[in-house]
Design a protein around this ligand. Structure first.
Ligand code: F6R
Length: 266
């Protein structure tokens, strides 16, 4: 796992976006894995800037969302389909038909999940998967004790996750109790993972993910099993890492060819 510690939340977005741009510039029909929530917003803002100012062309990019709430009507502004349309598809000028989100309105949930896995198998593998992490260590909505072998399925959101996400809704009771989420096994099939975290609230989860035992009690620790996982975090999110000085030293001494090019070059 590569741990990159940067000075500000905005820099988290810039550095992580550079990794994604490298993939898209090498392959214009790259398959992206999309996370929602606050953490990746700075990535999407930076990618949108590159589309507007640097001629980054995302029109052939294919994308798969990590998860979707169950039971929100399709046009609900906080359904992840709506959020992705607003925060990603429109600003990055993605082609809507190339963007896939699990169907949280399906009456046959098992069939919807199997169909989603099938589409990933046909169009994927995902070239680069964007991830955030919950304060309880979840990735996607794989809450603690999720199987490392899990595939897309329905999950019950932890009460703490519902409370954390209440800020997006008019009242806490409106936060759905269930979601469809790619499994940890699905996420680990992506070729590259880039996880971003900002702020002190994520510091415990980040420390457990990077330095704790590989355990379903911290689903993010599954990243320790992936051969190409990068964590880009700010100082606050890094504050409980025991080896923080080593990660800084390693990054400062990276060979030139392994560096990120944050100016959009690659
Ligand atoms: C959302 C997702 C979640 C979030 C996590 C952090 O698609 O997969 O794992 O990344 O809940 O959310 P924020 O970024 O809002 O703190």
């Amino acid at each position: 796992m590569q741990v990159v510690i940067v000075d500000s939340p905005a820099e988290v977005g810039r550095v992580a976006a550079a990794k994604i741009t490298q993939v898209i510039r090498r392959r214009n029909d790259a398959v992206l894995g999309l996370a929602t929530g606050s953490s990746p917003l700075a990535i999407y803002a930076e990618l949108a800037r590159q589309v507007r100012q640097d001629g980054l062309d995302c029109s052939a990019v294919r994308a798969f969302a990590l998860d979707e709430y169950v039971g929100l009507p399709a046009g609900h502004p906080e359904s992840y389909r709506s959020v992705i349309q607003r925060e990603v598809v429109a600003p990055l000028a993605l082609t809507p038909a190339f963007v896939h989100v699990p169907d949280g309105t399906a009456s046959d949930v098992a069939a919807a999940c199997a169909d989603y896995e099938q589409r990933i198998a046909e169009i994927g593998p995902v070239d680069i998967q964007i991830l955030g992490i919950g304060a309880n260590g979840h990735i996607g909505f794989n809450e603690p004790t999720s199987s490392f072998a899990s595939r897309t399925r329905i999950k019950t959101l932890a009460p703490t996750t519902r409370a954390d996400n209440a800020r997006f809704f008019d009242s806490p009771d409106e936060v759905p109790t269930h979601c469809l989420t790619q499994g940890l096994g699905t996420i680990l099939d992506a070729k590259r993972l880039v996880l971003v975290a900002q702020g002190e609230k994520k510091a415990d989860a980040v420390a457990k993910m990077v330095e704790g035992p590989v355990s379903s009690m911290c689903p993010g620790s599954a990243l320790q099993l992936h051969a190409d996982a990068t964590i880009v975090i700010d100082q606050a999110a890094a504050s409980r890492l025991a080896l923080i000085d080593y990660y800084r030293y390693t990054y400062d001494n990276l060979p030139e060819w392994q560096r990120f090019y944050t100016d959009g070059a690659y």
